[in-house]
Design a protein around this ligand. Structure first.
Ligand code: CO
Length: 445
C-alpha cells in the first residue's frame, strides 16, 4: 500500500543545536529561507529547544521576533517547535499560568506544531502544555523519550503512548536524542504503536552512533508517518540523517516523499557558502561509545568542555564510568535536558571530591525530592536518605506547588517591556533577558 512519508526538516533548530552549539543567526537563515518554503516539507522545526536561550544569551536576538520573521518568510510550511513540557524552553518547572501564556504566545507568533516531551516521561509534566497547545489551535505532538536501561521496554513505551492518546495528542514522536535506537527495535516499537495507538508516528533520531538512517528505513517499513532529517550541510555526526539521502532512499518506493532533490541542491549551494563564511562546522564522526554508555553526544561534549575549563581533562574516563552509576542510583532517568546536566554535574562532583555524594547539587536533591517528576523506577531508599536525609519526597504533580508567576514578573520587569512576550523571556531567563532588554533600550535611544 502506497503511503507518502513526511519529512520534518530540522535545519533551523536541532541541526545547528547539535553541530553549531545553537549559534545559527537569523540573518543567515534568511539567505535560504524562501527556497526552503518551496520544498514541501511536512514541517520545519525552527524554534524552541535551546534556540530561545541561545538567541538571548549569545546572539542578541529576540527569539519572538525571530519567530515572527521566519513565519513571514515561510508562509507555506508548517512551523514546528520543541517544548520541554512543564520546563518550557528552560531548565526547571514553571507554574501553569506561565505554561499557558508561553504556549499561547508561541502559537500566536507563528508555531503550528508543538512537540512536547518530558525528560522523565512523566505524563503529569506533559498534560498542561498539551492541553494549552490544543486550546491555542496548534497540533500537539507528544514525544516519548527513548532510552535503554534495565527498566525500560517496548511495552512501557506503548502504554505511555496510549495514555497520551487519551489526553488528546495529535501524534506521537519517538525521541531518540542519543541516537541509540537500533533498527530492529524500532521496527518492533513502531509496529506495536501502530497496533495499539490510532495516531501518526514520527521518528526523531540523531546520527551519533551511525544507526539512524537504518532505523528510519525500518521504522518507515513498519508504518512510521514522518521522520526528522537535516539538510546535508548540517547533517550526520550528532545531528540528524541527511534529508537528501532519506528522500533518495524512498524515491520510487511505496513511501516516496515526493520532494525535489534539485531544489535542495540549490539550497545547499547557498547554505554551504553561508556556513563556510560564518561558522566552524565540526568534523563528522561516528561515536560508537554511546552504544555502550548511552550518554548522548551533546552531553559528552558538554562534559568534556566543562572538565577542560576546570583543568580536569585527565578525569574524563573516570567520570564517563561514573555517569551510568549515578543514573542507576537515580532510577534510570533518560539522559536528556535537564537530566543529562543533573546527572553529569553530580558525576563530576562524585569523582572530583573522591567520595560519592559528599557534595550534592541542589538540582539532584530536588530531583530526589520529586520536584522534576517521577523517576522511572523508585530510588533506592539508601540513596534517597544519603541525598535528602529524612525529607519526604513529593507525591503530587510538582507544578501544583508553584505559585502563579505572570503577575509578579510583570511588575518586576515593567520598565523594560516593549511587548507582552518579554515577560515570558524574563521568567525563563531573568538575568539574561534583563541584559538583553537593557541593550535593546540603549540601541533605541
Ligand atoms: Co534531537
Amino acid at each position: 500500500m502506497k503511503r507518502k512519508v513526511g519529512i520534518t526538516e530540522t535545519l533551523f533548530r536541532d541541526a545547528h543545536q547539535s553541530l553549531l552549539a545553537t549559534r545559527l543567526k537569523l540573518e543567515d537563515m534568511l539567505e535560504v529561507v524562501e527556497l526552503l518554503d518551496q520544498v514541501g516539507f511536512y514541517s520545519f522545526e525552527v524554534w524552541g529547544g535551546a534556540t530561545f536561550d541561545s538567541c538571548l544569551r549569545y546572539l542578541n536576538e529576540d527569539p519572538w521576533e525571530r519567530l515572527r520573521i521566519l513565519r513571514k518568510h515561510l508562509p507555506k510550511t508548517k512551523l514546528q517547535m520543541l517544548l520541554r513540557g512543564q520546563n518550557l524552553v528552560g531548565y526547571r518547572q514553571y507554574p501553569d499560568d506561565v505554561v499557558d501564556a508561553f504556549v499561547e504566545k508561541s502559537v500566536e507568533n507563528g508555531i503550528d506544531i508543538i512537540r512536547i516531551f518530558d525528560a522523565l516521561n512523566d505524563i503529569r509534566n506533559l498534560e498542561r502544555s498539551i492541553i494549552a497547545t490544543k486550546k491555542a489551535g496548534a497540533l500537539a505532538q507528544a514525544a516519548i523519550v527513548y532510552t535503554v536501561s534495565p527498566v525500560h521496554d517496548i511495552q512501557g513505551y506503548i502504554k505511555l503512548a496510549q495514555e497520551l492518546e487519551q489526553i488528546g495528542v495529535d501524534s506521537i514522536c519517538i525521541k531518540d536524542m542519543a541516537g541509540i535506537l537500533a533498527p530492529g527495535i524500532a521496527r518492533e516499537l513502531v509496529t506495536g504503536l501502530k497496533e495499539k495507538v490510532n495516531l501518526p508516528i514520527q521518528l526523531h533520531s540523531h546520527y551519533t552512533s551511525g544507526l539512524a538512517s537504518m532505523t528510519y528505513w525500518e521504522s518507515i517499513q513498519a508504518g512510521a508517518d514522518y521522520v526528522d532529517t537535516a539538510l546535508s550541510p548540517l547533517a550526520l555526526g550528532t545531528s540528524q540523517p541527511p534529508t537528501e539521502s532519506i528522500i533518495a532512499a524512498l524515491t520510487d518506493t511505496d513511501f516516496d516523499t515526493g520532494l525535489d532533490l534539485t531544489l535542495l541542491a540549490e539550497v545547499n549551494r547557498k547554505l554551504n557558502q553561508v556556513l563556510s563564511n560564518n561558522y566552524k562546522r565540526p568534523p563528522i564522526t561516528v561515536n560508537t561509545e554511546v552504544l555502550i554508555s548511552q550518554i548522548p553526544g551533546g552531553m559528552l561534549s558538554n562534559l568534556k568542555a566543562q572538565l577542560e575549563q576546570q583543568k580536569l581533562g585527565h578525569k574524563y574516563n573516570d567520570i564517563l564510568a561514573e555517569v551510568p552509576k549515578v543514573r542507576k542510583d537515580m532510577g534510570y532517568p533518560p539522559l536528556v535536558t535537564p537530566m543529562s546536566q543533573i546527572v553529569g554535574t553530580q558525576s563530576v562532583l562524585n569523582v572530583v571530591t573522591g567520595e560519592r555524594y559528599k557534595v550534592k547539587t541542589k538540582e539532584i536533591r530536588d530531583y530526589v525530592k520529586g520536584l522534576y517528576g517521577r523517576s522511572p523506577v523508585p530510588i533506592d531508599p539508601k540513596i534517597q536518605k544519603l541525598l535528602i536525609e529524612d525529607e519526604e519526597p513529593l507525591t503530587v504533580r510538582p507544578a501544583d506547588l508553584l505559585e502563579p508567576g505572570l503577575d509578579k514578573a510583570k511588575k518586576e520587569i515593567k520598565d523594560f517591556i516593549s511587548q507582552d512576550e518579554d515577560v515570558l523571556s524574563y521568567i525563563l531567563f531573568p538575568e539574561v533577558a534583563k541584559k538583553f532588554f537593557e541593550k535593546r533600550k540603549q540601541s533605541r535611544k
